[in-house]
Design a protein around this ligand. Structure first.
Ligand SMILES: [Zn+2]
Length: 262
């Protein structure tokens, strides 16, 4: 069998699992963003490979001196600036649009993303939980209220939450910062309802994301991997689409559409 035939066969199997499921959730990782030109952190061309791995004290520094953190944030350089530039130019790819289409068709109930780039929203997805936050938002660390960056007036540093007076920071989760409780609760809730999980561009080795596929599998659900490379999850997956999300997710959506209409 050629690799093309293998992919077609896997798309067929995956489409049948999606149509048969009641609650499909996509767990999305950095791989899908890399396809949109956003540099990864590790590996060749990775930001940390070039600039060095940051220490794990980012959140602690924010807590110690939020005013200084905000002042530094306003004058960024190096890895952060490269990431910000890449994020500003990035556009959703065919994989993002395919997931948005799958949601509109009623065949995808939720996206849990590890990415902060806002590309799912730009592609038209609605039901999204962002484990690591969103680069275009600010968040109160006390009550988890969130605001679009450009709609929050910053008159003083550090800015304070108009709801509860708590400290306000970027919504993106920093090193050493706990995952916001509301996002984590929603992920746990989604994983509990999920009976078919798409693992898109993620190796899900980092908790809490790593626990969600395990939960789905243990409760009798199915796992579909969408990834050009093998991951630690591969042996546990029912179907593996060994290609980039931008290549195979549109094929999957097309086949789901045909099966759902039949
Ligand atoms: Zn607050």
């Amino acid at each position: 069998m050629t690799s093309q035939e293998r992919l077609e066969q896997a798309v067929e199997q995956a489409a049948r699992l999606v149509v048969a499921a009641d609650h499909v959730v996509a767990l999305v990782g950095a791989g899908l963003s890399v396809e949109s030109g956003i540099p990864p952190f590790r590996g060749p061309g990775g930001l940390w490979t070039k600039y060095g791995e940051p220490d794990m004290l980012g959140y602690e520094r924010f807590r110690d001196d939020p005013k200084k953190w905000w002042e530094e944030r306003i004058s960024r350089s190096g890895a952060m600036q490269e990431l910000i530039d890449a994020l500003a130019q990035a556009k959703p790819n065919a994989g993002h649009y395919a997931l948005a289409e799958l949601e509109r068709m009623g065949q995808l109930q939720h996206i849990i993303t590890q990415n902060i780039d806002n590309l799912h929203q730009q592609a038209g997805s609605v039901a999204i939980t962002e484990i690591h936050g969103n680069r275009l938002k600010l968040r109160c660390i006390t009550c988890n209220a969130r605001w679009p960056l450009d709609q929050f007036p910053i008159d003083e540093l550090p800015p304070k939450c108009p709801e509860c007076g708590g400290l306000v920071k970027s919504d993106t989760v920093m090193f050493g910062e706990p995952i916001p409780r509301d996002a984590l609760d929603e992920c746990i809730n989604q994983a509990r309802m999920c009976d078919c999980m798409l693992l898109v561009g993620t190796s899900a080795v980092v908790y809490p994301a790593a626990g969600f596929p395990q939960d789905v599998k243990m409760s009798g659900g199915t796992l579909i991997e969408v990834n050009p490379g093998e991951t630690p999850l591969t042996p546990f997956c029912d179907v593996v689409l060994r290609a980039a999300g931008g290549t195979c997710l549109p094929l999957l959506v097309e086949r789901v559409r045909q099966l759902a209409a039949a």
